[in-house]
Write a protein that binds this ligand. Structure first.
Ligand code: CO
Length: 170
């Protein structure tokens, strides 16, 4: 089953997700559906609020299903350390067709819980680091256009309003 990905404008995207306290079979099933939804949408990361679940959980796979090691379930994450800075183009499944450059740390160390309830720590760099930081923002109730200047953010919002009018934002 594929879940519906909510678009910018839905209040769930601007609400801080709750910590996950219970990891069970039901959550594991939901996580499987999140992966399926993400692969179908050709994304490399998907946060629970993007599928209308306001919780601190995201999935990611920068290899798009090619490398099992890249397939991560990230629950209640904490960013332990960041290093460097890099500017790169970024998109978001909740902002279809919208891409712009965002400056982010180049390397990130994350502590999280996996789908078996086990705590783990991992270091990510390049696209994986960008993905972790982008998804972490989602579960904290933030979206990537907040990185833009007010002027550029306005331009994007106008572009979105145009898409809404054309019925291209559903
Ligand atoms: Co996103």
């Amino acid at each position: 089953m594929t879940l519906k990905i909510v678009k910018y404008g839905d209040p769930v995207l601007q609400k801080e997700g709750e910590e996950i306290t219970n990891i069970d079979g039901e959550l594991a099933k939901f996580v499987d559906e999140m992966f399926g939804t993400m692969y179908t949408a050709k994304g490399v990361g998907l946060a629970a609020p993007q599928v209308a679940l306001s919780k601190k959980l995201f999935v990611m796979d920068v290899s798009s299903g090619k490398d099992k090691q890249d397939k991560l379930v990230v629950i209640n994450p904490q960013i332990v350390e960041t290093k460097g800075k890099i500017v790169s183009e970024e998109g978001c499944l909740s902002f279809p067709g919208i891409y712009f450059e965002v400056e982010r740390p180049e390397i990130v160390t994350v502590q999280a819980i996996d789908i078996n309830g086990k705590e783990y720590t991992f270091e990510a760099s390049g696209l994986a680091a960008r993905c972790v930081l982008h998804e972490k923002e989602h579960i904290d109730g933030h979206v990537f256009i907040e990185h833009l200047s007010p002027l550029k953010r306005d331009l994007i919002k106008r572009k979105i309003n145009k898409k809404i009018k054309l019925g291209e934002w559903e």
